[in-house]
Design a protein around this ligand. Structure first.
Ligand code: SF4
Length: 264
């Protein structure tokens, strides 16, 4: 995820283009295979799901304001009115990159950022020359991925399992999504709870294997939050990893590390 910095967007952006945001800040990536890298997080507002373990409740309520960090890592937020003009967002992104190479890239996250296709289609060409772009998505809105898939350097997609989310399964949507995302560098993350069933894990493995058994799978033991009170047991995690490695080549267990070290 290399990048160089230029201080002005190379693609002109119309003043009428906006984005609905929750927050923009500089932090250490705490999940997935690029854990530990420094990123600017652009968190979009709103999500079409309501996972039981969701740790970003602010994305689910209408926010008149969003917060934007001024100095990387200082948490000196200022509030901006929603929707934020993308020209103003670009100014703040470049302001956070206080020296070239501070950030390994921008994490486009949410909520579900693919609900904001129009904003993404404006934002991406303007930042892409300067930053590596990482999409964090729930892996369901495959129709919205298609037009922007080539613009992301890395895609991290969830496979949502009902025993963890408390929601219906989205197997078919995940299949379609992964088939498109596999054009790029992609990994799959699945949040596991102590109620995860062998059948859910097997379906997840089958979806990935059918596209490419080399696609990395991250098993993320749930971080207790809200109504989810207990993580899976160490024995469960070991058993799931063994089961997954019997089908896929690249399986790692990575918990949410940013919560262990008090990061956002
Ligand atoms: S997809 Fe992500 S943001 Fe949306 S409800 Fe689930 S955990 Fe929360």
């Amino acid at each position: 995820m290399e990048q160089t910095l230029t201080m002005a967007p190379s693609t002109p952006v119309k003043a009428s283009e906006h984005a609905y945001l929750v927050e923009v800040f500089s932090a250490i990536q705490g999940e997935g295979p690029i854990v530990g890298t420094r990123q600017i997080f652009v968190r979009f507002l709103g999500c079409h799901l309501s996972c039981a373990y969701c740790d970003t409740p602010a994305t689910h309520t209408k926010q008149r304001q969003c917060r934007v960090e001024q100095t990387p890592g200082r948490r000196d937020f200022v509030e901006l009115a929603n929707p934020v003009p993308i020209t103003l967002l670009l100014e703040h992104l470049h302001k956070l990159e206080t020296f070239p190479g501070l950030h390994d890239g921008i994490s486009i996250t949410g909520g579900e950022p693919l609900q904001h296709l129009r904003s993404l289609r404006t934002l991406i060409p303007a930042v892409k020359p300067d930053f590596s772009l990482y999409l964090e998505t729930d892996g369901i809105l495959w129709r919205n991925l298609e037009p922007v898939v080539d613009d992301f350097n890395l895609i991290g997609m969830d496979i949502k399992i009902p025993s963890a989310t408390g929601l219906q399964p989205y197997w078919d949507e995940h299949r379609r999504f992964l088939a498109i995302a596999a054009k790029r560098d992609v990994f799959v993350k699945v949040v596991l709870t102590r109620d995860t069933t062998p059948e859910e894990l097997d379906t997840t493995l089958e979806i990935i294997k059918d596209v490419d058994a080399e696609i990395p799978l991250i098993l993320q033991p749930v971080t207790p939050y809200g109504v989810v009170r207990h993580p899976p047991s160490p024995e469960q995690v070991l058993a799931w990893q063994s089961r997954a490695k019997s089908v896929l080549k690249r399986v790692r267990v990575i918990p949410q590390t940013h919560k262990m070290i008090g990061q956002l």
